[in-house]
Write a protein of this length. Sequence first.
Length: 133
Amino acid sequence: MRPFEPADADAYLRLATAILGEPITHWYLVRLIPTLVPGSPLVIEHGASGLPVATGAARPLPGTAPRACTPPVELVNVGVAPAHRRRGLARAVCGAVVARLLTEGFLDIRVAPERDNSAARALYRGLGFREPR
Ligand SMILES: CC(C)(COP(=O)(O)OP(=O)(O)OC[C@H]1O[C@@H](n2cnc3c(N)ncnc32)[C@H](O)[C@@H]1OP(=O)(O)O)[C@@H](O)C(=O)NCCC(=O)NCCS
């Protein structure tokens, strides 16, 4: 597992296209990367090909945190290539993103899966995230 590098751009876009099931352009990355916390996104490479097959990132939420505090952050761009799912890659990449965030002092970490995304909801529940009361 390692941080995204500019040389990953084409392979990362192919991964995002496979995850989302629709064509993703370079503009997506150009807009995305500056919104993420430094060191995001993380990628997991496929051992044989060296291509990224899983990714996860974090983005500060525009918020109301006092200036001295770290802002709330949200996990974003969590996804795994369809052929590599159910092998623990999302759990691994999300765990690594969360570990980095905690090391860097981010304490308010959130996720926002769609209500009908039962796979993502189960993933986040398993990682210890709780539904807001
Ligand atoms: C959701 C997603 C990231 C899971 O990736 P993954 O690598 O298959 O997940 P993992 O193998 O790490 O699974 C971890 C846990 O998540 C849950 N989970 C994952 N896929 C699941 C599925 N299809 N149905 C139910 N639970 C699922 C399980 O609790 C699983 O633990 P288990 O295998 O011990 O039962 C993947 O399906 C994906 O890329 N989906 C499309 C993009 C997306 O929805 N991203 C999340 C946006 S919020």
